[in-house]
Write a protein of this length. Sequence first.
Lengths: 100, 493
Amino acid sequence: MSTKAKITLADLEHVAKLARIKLSDQERTVFLPQLESILEYLDKLNQVDTSKISPSFQVTKFTNVFRSDVVKPSLDQKSALTQASKTHDAYFLAPKTIDK
Amino acid sequence: MNLSYLAISQLHQAFLKKEISTVEIVQYYLDRIQKFDPQLNAFITICSKEAMNAARTLDAKLAQGLPVGRLAGTVMAVKDIYLTKGIQTTSASQVLKGYIPQYSSTVYQRLIDEDAITIGKTNTDTFAFGASTENSGFFTTKNPWNLNLVPGGSSGGSAAALAADLCTFALGTDTGGSIRQPASLCGVSGIKPTYGRNSRYGITAMASSFDCPGAFARTAEDLALITQITAGQDEFDATTSPEPVADYPDKLNQLSLKNLKIGLPQEYFSGSIDSEVKTLVLAAAHTHEKQGAQIIDISLPSTDLGIAVYYVLVPCEISANMARYDGLRFGQSNRDSADLLSYYLETRGQFMEPELKRRILIGTYALSAGYFDAYYLKASRVRTLIKNEFTDAFKKVDIILAPVSPTPAWPIGEKANDPLSMYLADVYTCPVNVAGLPAIALPCGFTSQNLPPIGGLPVGFQLIGNYFAEPQLFSLAHQFQQLTTYHLQYPKL
């Protein structure tokens, strides 16, 4: 099965919104052909039959690496807040999410 | 004392014998940085004050007869994607400009604990996305061998700093070749250990199943010591291996070249490879052969799919790892936005560099409904194929020898407007990351091109080992460097 490689402007805008990135008009113009050529190149993967091959999502042989659920010291609250552009008391300040 | 281009052991011994103080050593590098870095732009942040303070403390420690670490007297440059507590860490992106980490990377901390001193944070492609350091959100680093050429990437700042003698060793990361390629283009040695050998904790994540912290140094011997210090399980990185860390420096002369089977993968010596690069890499193979090794032709048939696998899976993992950059807890933000969605769109839109956006877009697309099977799942299956081909090859040979970059360093700007052509530069390096194997890059000669100020551009080759074969790699590399002097040549600045 061949993949639809061509990406339309609507696709690009949809994906950008999913990724929460605002693109300028110039960026849309520059990115579209670049992404199209990259996606077309990635179609190479269809050259090979992988129906009998299981996927590798990682390269180690480990699964379920656990540690004991013991509380240990970690980053203190004061340090954790120092790099935020907006804080209020011990909170990170974010734009309003609910409009009453 | 002449401090020029000294390796770790030379500086460490001189420090222990009190032939020189750490303050003098740090001053030497700071003077060179002041003189040469304005042309090279290898550094984003130079830590003069911190380095001097650390040097004074270390000299006092020795004077008091207190024990000092194995790296005492040495100075490191750190790729700016490593979190260094209290020192600005930008990942060479406007996204993190001004960010001061409140904790340090495990690998970095292990080296500091052995008394290495940080001289500065080096330039890289933004968040390590690139192969030339031109994608940096700040400036491009120049190749010390020719200022019109790229140093390679993404760890180009680290490679250039070491090649120009602005530090004793340098840290980098290798996700698709980002240590091995700039090492080769700058004529220095670099190690990409087995995935899971070094902890990724405290390093801004690019592709979590590919990222490998590693180092650049003057010699394989230095790389062996650095890796021995940094490697090993870390409770903060669940993908690190419990595999014991061998005493790499102790085993440098252990591997016998006699009858060692070295595989040359035919797919790496055809296609886009520059003829001089090919000649020099084959000559490196011949050097091993003269010592008794058997050179065996092997085939890794899925090599030409490596880039496609890489550029599906890596952008997918990138798109997840980059979601945290929303300017709320750290990083720059646009606070004029009307609502939450606009805030996210505008903050990320304003500060992210083009390559960040491109890769996030590709990854988001490939993971989205309707495309997941065709891209992500498909690429993950081909990843298994590539892994298996290497595993099968290691049943026939002990080590694989291959080129690193198809060409020597190229002019700044040449590939910058064509992302796909830049991606194709990774053809010989990224399959190793797809499989998670260790590889070491070493200088093996110079091109015949006569370019100012001196003739010839560096060319490197890589030795690829089976999982956790670092002892064999360091030993082979060390012995190669006893037989050759390419690694002792440096650019005239």
